[in-house]
Structure formats: structure tokens, C-alpha cells
Design a protein around this ligand. Structure first.
Ligand code: PEP
Ligand code: MN
Length: 376
């Protein structure tokens, strides 16, 4: 099924004053009236903020810890937004949250990563929002599953929500990783390619899980032409009741935002734009050559397939494959190509090569079957 989204820019039909990059900040969790208010005041002082966030109901991994302050926090957040002149956003995970947030006049809703994974929950939220004109952001599901992310956006869209955005917050990992959630940048990039009209925000806080990586991830998102950033901030980060390791003070938030180099997708300088076009034309030519060479390689693979078939040899030769990947990684290293890239590249080439050889083998099977059939 081809995904279809009918999107209206977030700002249309409202006074939200959202810009690009759309800058969102506030605490992981609302903890007290003073904390929400002081965060808002100190963030507003930084200037670079368009939308104030706070978690009200927190989807925690395990019970018996702080699971959010609950509905009372909506009032604090709305009040804080009013005082500093900013629209506000909260996470909703069920129908009750939706009703309470709407009753309190919350300006924008977001669906969290642990909710996006569940189509039943997303559908219930979408149904509760039928007929309501409010922007909604959908965080990626915790697992690296693009159709599931798109499916959640489609459910909301089909319920009439047109001002839709996506938030990239990384994907759960197992084992050692420098990130709390692996960014898998290729997934939001593919979503942007399929739906360029969708506002795409990056949440470096939940990707990094630690303060020292935030700036680099935020810069990367800007370089990838994301539409905005969501960064958690707290008046006393290390004392935060949730996500203490990744929150920064409002002042540090200001520093991070100010340090970002904002690049454009094109330049007005015709000479510079011309050189860029030339380089791109060279890349296009090289890519055509790469494809021709790969096709040539696959033709040889098919020939090898014929030979293996004729001599009863298996397609996969683990020793030969091991030698190829090691030798190619070494060659790549000499050319300045990373081992990770060479391994991914050769895994893809090998997969395609096996596909070609299997086709050769299968043809034979088909021919044999045909002959057997003819013989009756
Ligand atoms: C959050 O933004 O505080 C949050 C819980 O995020 P996620 O759904 O990305 O884990
Ligand atoms: Mn958080």
C-alpha cells in the first residue's frame, strides 16, 4: 500500500509562530510549578525557542519510579507558556491524556516512541482527535521500523489531522553503544524523501542519553536539513526526576543552539551554486559508472553460477567469502573507506550476487522440471 499523507504546514490556520528551524525545549518531566515556570522563564531569556515542552505522564521502563506529575502539570505548563508567550506541547499516550490536554488548551500534542509501536493505541488517539484541528508530532517507534512510523502518521491523517510532524528520537539498541538510542539516520532520511512536506524534528536528547553528545547530533540534524530540534532542559539537570543524564540547563540549551551552523539547501551566489552543480554532475557520472561496473560484476557472478551448477558446487563458499570481505576491507582502508562502509557494501554486493547465482540454479531446476513433465 502506497503511503498517502495529506499535510498542511504546521503554522497554517494558527498563530503558533513556528519557524524553521523549529526549536522546542523544556523539561523531560514537569515536576513542580516552580520548576516549570523557572525553566520557561530562563528558556525565554535565551530567545531561541518557539515551543515549550514538558512530559506530564511518563512512560517509564519499570514501575515504582517517578511516572509523571499527572494532569496538574498541564495547568503549570499552560500558565508558563502564557507568561513567556510560547505555545506548549505534551505527550499523549491514551484517550484520557488527549481529553485532558485538549481541555487545558495545550497547543500541540506529541505521541511518544513507546506509543507509536502500538497501532491500537495510535488508532484510539486518532479517533479521539477526529474533528479536532491541532498539530500532532509522532515520534519514531522504539524499533527501527519505518512503515510502523508512517502507519501512525497515516492513522492520524485519516482521522483528519493535517498539521503533522515527525520526531526522530533514535531506536532502541542492544549491547554497547555510545548512544542511548541508535540514530539510524537513514530511516528519517527515507521518511523525508517520501514525505518532504512533513515537518521533521530531531530529538538529540533521547538519541544521546548524555549531555556531551547533544551538540554534535543537533548539528548533524541541521546538516541533514531537519526542520527542527527538541532538546530537554531542566533548571537543575542532575536532580531531574527523569532523564537526568541528558538534560541541560536552559543556558546550556541557549549555547548549543547558538553554536549551530545553519546551512542552506542552496546559495544565492551563482558562481558557488555553479561549482556545486558541476560537482554534482561529476558525481552523477561516477554513479552511472559504478552501476555499470556492478552490472558487469553480476554478469560474471551469473557465469560462475553456470559453472557451479554444471559441476554440482554450492553457491556459498564461506572461505572464499571470508577472504573477499577481508581483502576488500583492506583495499578500502588504503583508499580511506571505513571498514563499516566496506562491510555494508560487500554484504549488499554479495547478497545480489547470490540472487543472480540462485536465478541461474533455479532456471536449471525449472528446465529439468519441464523436461520431466515432457517425458510424462
Ligand atoms: C520524552 O520526550 O520525554 C519521551 C518520553 O520521549 P520518547 O517517547 O522519545 O522516549
Ligand atoms: Mn525524556
Amino acid at each position: 500500500m502506497k503511503p498517502q499523507l495529506d499535510i498542511t504546514p504546521l503554522n497554517e490556520g494558527s498563530e503558533l509562530g513556528l519557524k524553521k528551524p523549529l526549536l522546542i525545549s523544556g523539561p523531560c518531566s514537569a515536576e513542580s510549578e516552580e520548576q516549570v515556570m523557572e525553566t520557561a522563564r530562563r528558556l525565554a531569556k535565551q530567545g531561541n525557542i518557539h515551543l515549550l515542552r514538558a512530559g506530564i505522564w511518563k512512560p517509564r521502563t519499570r514501575p515504582n519510579c517517578f511516572e509523571g506529575i499527572g494532569s496538574i502539570g498541564l495547568k503549570w505548563l499552560k500558565q508558563a507558556g502564557k507568561e513567556v508567550g510560547l505555545p506548549v506541547t505534551v505527550e499523549v499516550a491514551n484517550v484520557k491524556h488527549v481529553y485532558e490536554a485538549l481541555r487545558m488548551g495545550i497547543d500541540i500534542l506529541w505521541i511518544g516512541a513507546r506509543t507509536t509501536v502500538n497501532p491500537f493505541a495510535v488508532q484510539e488517539i486518532a479517533d479521539a482527535l477526529r474533528g479536532v484541528d491541532i498539530p500532532v508530532f509522532v515520534k519514531n517507534p522504539v524499533n527501527p521500523d519505518l512503515p510502523l512510523w508512517i502507519g501512525a502518521l497515516e492513522r492520524l491523517n485519516q482521522a483528519g489531522i493535517k498539521r503533522l510532524g515527525a520526531i526522530h528520537r533514535g531506536f532502541s539498541t542492544h549491547g554497547e553503544s555510545k548512544y542511548r538510542n541508535n540514530p539510524h539516520w537513514e530511516i528519517p532520511i527515507e521518511l523525508m524523501r517520501r514525505h518532504p512536506e512533513l515537518a521533521m524534528v530531531c530529538d538529540p536528547s533521547h538519541i544521546c542519553g548524555r549531555r556531551d553528545l547533544l551538540q554534535a547530533v543537533a548539528q548533524k540534524a541541521m546538516d541533514l536539513n531537519f526542520d527542527g530540534l527538541m532538546l530537554e532542559s531542566h533548571i537543575n539537570p542532575s536532580k531531574a526526576l527523569s532523564d537526568a543524564k541528558q538534560q541541560v540547563t536552559p543556558e546550556r540549551y541557549g549555547e548549543i543552539i547558538n553554536s549551530l551552523v545553519m546551512r542552506r539547501t542552496a546559495t544565492n551566489d551563482e558562481v558557488a551554486q555553479g561549482s556545486l552543480e558541476d560537482l554534482r554532475a561529476t558525481i552523477d557520472g561516477i554513479d552511472r559508472e559504478v552501476i555499470e561496473v556492478l552490472a558487469k560484476r553480476m554478469l560474471i557472478a551469473s557465469e560462475i553460477g553456470q559453472f557451479k551448477k554444471a559441476n554440482g558446487i554450492t553457491i556459498l563458499q564461506p572461505k572464499r567469502w571470508d577472504a573477499i570481505i577481508r581483502e576488500r576491507c583492506n583495499l578500502g582502508k588504503i583508499e580511506g573507506l571505513t571498514e563499516e562502509f566496506m562491510t555494508d557494501l560487500y554484504n549488499a554486493i554479495h547478497k545480489e550476487s547470490i540472487r543472480h547465482q540462485t536465478a541461474v540454479m533455479n532456471n536449471t531446476t525449472a528446465v529439468v522440471a519441464e523436461a520431466v513433465k515432457k517425458q510424462g
